[in-house]
Structure formats: C-alpha cells, structure tokens
Design a binder for this molecule. Structure first.
Ligand code: FES
Ligand code: FES
Length: 161
C-alpha cells in the first residue's frame, strides 16, 4: 500500500508498505530518516520515540498505515534553519550523549515535557523520561541536560518578553 503523510513539515509518501510494517521501519528504511533508533522493537526502551499529531509515541508500535494523512515529527524535525533545538544543544553541552542510541527518544520526550511544563521538578523529569532507557549514562547527565534546557528556554522567553 501507499502511505502519504506529513513528516517534519513536508508531505511524503512511501510505496509498497506492507501490512505489518512499523512507522519506525518506514521512517528509517524508506524515507531516509534514521534518527529514530530501533533498540527493542517492543515498546520497552523509548529510543524510537517520535511525535504523532503532537503526542510522543513509540514508532516501533505504530503501524505505518496508521499515519495516513497525519503529522509525524522526528528528532530530525526538532532542529530548524537556526540550528539545533535548545534541548538538543543542552544534551550536547551537558555531556548527556554517550553511545547515542537512547538520545533521539530522550530528545523528543524532553522536548514534549518542556512544551507542557517549562520548569519541571526533578520528579517531573523522572516521570516524563521513565519510558526511555539508557544503558550508558546512569541518567545524571541526562537530568543535567533537561535542567539546562529548561533554564535556557526560560531565559530565552524572559528576554523575548
Ligand atoms: S525500539 Fe521502540 S520502544 Fe524500543
Ligand atoms: S547513551 Fe548509550 S544508551 Fe544512552
């Protein structure tokens, strides 16, 4: 089947999609968007997290055909013509990336958290990221990155007011 949808702000289509194909597979293998990672393919690790119509989902659990006429935003779509999103930059600056396999999902999930709650408490952060597993960092650098992104975003919005 053919699937047509909006990916990171542009209309795209994928042909010959099979019934059991996941959104994650279609993004990575058919559409040249390899940012979302496949670590477990069972909805357990969060490394494949993308926005679907503005809500974070595990793309390994979404059938490709389900996104017909819908909007998908991947980690590639967080950056814009001005450069990295503040969340992406904070992960770099805080040293929260080691092997990087968990990073795309954490970035999308953190982006969503800060859209909903610009100044999250540590427990808000832990709860929001509880579905995203990282084998490398011990999570402390990730917590630092989210705090840093939050502080920078709040500073930015104060300056622009
Ligand atoms: S690859 Fe989708 S949750 Fe792990
Ligand atoms: S940086 Fe390696 S799994 Fe998180």
């Amino acid at each position: 089947m053919r699937v047509t949808f909006n990916a990171n702000g542009r209309e795209v289509e994928a042909d010959d999609v099979w019934e059991g194909e996941s959104l994650l597979f279609m993004l990575r293998e058919r559409l040249g968007l390899p940012g979302s990672k496949n670590a477990c393919e069972q909805g357990e690790c969060g490394s494949c997290t993308v926005y679907l119509d503005g809500a974070p989902v595990c793309s390994c659990l979404v059938a490709a055909g389900q996104v017909q006429d819908r909007e998908v935003r991947t980690v590639e779509g967080l950056a814009d013509e001005n450069g990295l999103d503040p969340v992406q930059q904070a992960f770099v600056d805080a040293g929260a990336v080691q092997c990087g396999f968990c990073t795309p999902g954490l970035l999308v999930q953190t982006h969503d958290l800060l859209e909903r709650e610009p100044q999250p408490s540590d427990s808000d952060i832990r709860e929001a990221l509880s579905g995203n597993l990282c084998r490398c960092t011990g999570y402390e650098k990730i917590m630092d990155a989210v705090r840093l992104a939050s502080a920078r975003k709040c500073h930015q919005s104060e300056v622009s007011q």
